[in-house]
Design a protein around this ligand. Structure first.
Ligand SMILES: O=C(O)CCC(=O)C(=O)O
Length: 320
């Protein structure tokens, strides 16, 4: 596997030289992606950019999202999910449409791909095996014969020494993606396993049809983001339509100042293919949600009452 430090981007090169250098790096990295199903990129973000992304992401991890408090979503025990990270900081957008990333993706996915999901999460320390070996299911396997291409870009926001991303080299595009059964896991060859520990800022691309997982035990919290790129015209599997997983990206106008036409396409500007008008989730909100809502309404009423009584007392006794 490529050592991250082997290649570095040089901002002082003349534009045409830089372009051809970029092209040859992209050829090289795309070939590695094609062979192994995974490739680590050179350091493509500056320290300041990384810091901005880390602190914006951390701000969403302080509490669970509720009412007018932004925060993480919690739908499982071991991960705090931060959806729609492109809203948070310029660095998340710059990473999504970084020239080297785009060139590799164009080689691997063709000319029609878009960024279809941009989220991240904090994995909590545990020894429990909460999410085993799998390939990512996303397209409708009941109608699609083709193993469709999807690439995830992953980036660590914390230094990762345990709970690293784990991947079976060369396992991409062999079968339709699925969760592996025990017998399939027993047949995996340990010599093909790549475990990707690395510092905050480590960026890698992998084909999501390949067998992968987060390794356990997770000894310290890990923060990472994962972007999914695929052709938006490929029919999505039913459960992701029901959840509206691949909703058009939520973007922040402040970060969209310098986009080229290609970037706007990649970010899905004007593409309504997977937009669901007046979308509402089909499942019922849990009872605890109703209880919190009632408790918060009571809190607001008591606050208002308290203000009115205080005002009245002030007027009666002419207090200031
Ligand atoms: O969190 C990890 O390292 C694994 C990520 C993963 O399995 C996925 O994105 O499908």
């Amino acid at each position: 596997m490529r050592n991250v430090k082997e290649i570095s981007l040089n901002p002082n090169q003349p534009a045409d030289q830089a372009q051809s250098w970029l092209g040859s790096q992209a050829d090289h990295l795309a070939a590695e992606l094609e062979t192994n199903g995974i490739v680590v990129l050179p350091a493509i973000l500056g320290t300041e950019q990384l810091r901005g992304m880390q602190s914006a992401f951390a701000s969403r991890l302080r509490r669970m999202r509720w009412n007018n408090f932004e925060g993480f979503q919690k739908t499982e025990h071991y991960r705090h999910m931060v959806e729609d990270v492109l809203l948070l900081d310029q660095g998340f957008v710059d990473l999504a449409v970084h020239p080297l990333v785009k060139q590799i993706l164009a080689r691997y996915l063709g000319a029609k791909y878009e960024l279809t999901e941009a989220k991240g999460w904090k994995s909590l320390p545990t020894k429990y095996d909460f999410h085993g070996w799998h390939g990512d299911t996303w397209y409708d396997q009941s109608t699609q014969q083709t193993i469709h291409r999807e690439i995830k870009l992953a980036m660590y926001l914390t230094d990762v020494r345990s709970g690293a991303f784990k991947f079976i080299k060369g396992s991409h595009r062999q079968r339709h993606p699925h969760n592996l059964k025990k017998a399939e896991v027993r047949d995996l060859h340990s010599s093909d396993v790549i475990e990707l520990s690395g510092n905050a800022g480590t960026v890698f691309l992998f084909d999501t049809s390949a067998i992968h997982r987060q390794s356990i035990p997770i000894l310290e919290p890990r923060q990472a983001i994962f972007y999914a790129y695929h052709d938006p015209d490929v029919p999505i599997q039913a459960e992701d339509i029901a959840y509206y997983r691949y909703h058009p990206l939520l973007l922040n106008a402040a970060f969209l100042g310098d986009l080229a036409a290609e970037d706007r396409r990649i970010l899905g500007f004007g593409n309504k293919t997977n937009f669901q008008p007046a979308f509402e989730r089909g499942d019922q909100a849990p009872l605890i949600y109703e209880v919190f809502q009632a408790a918060d309404s009571a809190r607001l009423r008591i606050k208002k009452l308290h203000e009115r009584i205080t005002m009245k007392l002030r007027r009666t006794f002419r207090l200031t």
